[in-house]
Design a protein around this ligand. Sequence first.
Ligand SMILES: *[C@@H]1O[C@H](CO)[C@@H](O)[C@H](O)[C@H]1NC(C)=O
Length: 175
Amino acid sequence: MAKASLIILVSLAICISSSLNLVYGEASDRNKFTVIGRVYCDTCRVEFETSLSEPIPGAVVKLECKNRTDEKTTFQSPEITTDNIGDYKIEVTGDYEDSDCDVTLVKSPRADCNDPTEAWRKARVVLTALDGVTGPIRFANNLGFKKKEALPGCKKVLTDMGYFELKNELGNEFV
Ligand SMILES: *[C@@H]1O[C@H](CO)[C@@H](O)[C@H](O)[C@H]1NC(C)=O
């Protein structure tokens, strides 16, 4: 009798603790995201990545989320500095289904490359588990500062990419 009730008690305890684990474990995973991305120097001043783009270590970025309806800030990360290969990692807690979240450039450590690009200054990230994207790691598009003067090698690289043909075809405002 004593043995039987002990077994019941132990299995009950196991049961409760594993279901608690399930509830809290999943909930905390769902509400933690790591946003990962890289900051480049746009050495050809074209606002997209080329083989001559250079990662910028020591660049500063931040992540901000704003309520889509009333534009109030719902999340703000501290300023984050890129590592020795120009990568950053921003930890976020919470679910931001109703917010627009963007990583933005704050500053560049390079005096020759500190002009934020128009197309590359901001990267939208989705920070909700409710949109079908799974997993806590969220990759942001690359961000870039524009170099003051394009590198001499850019003409060749851009020609090889077909950039000038495209530009002729579409006109300046599209490229
Ligand atoms: C966003 O703003 C709307 C309108 O003010 C409000 O009803 C809603 O609760 C807000 N959502 C969050 C997550 O703050």
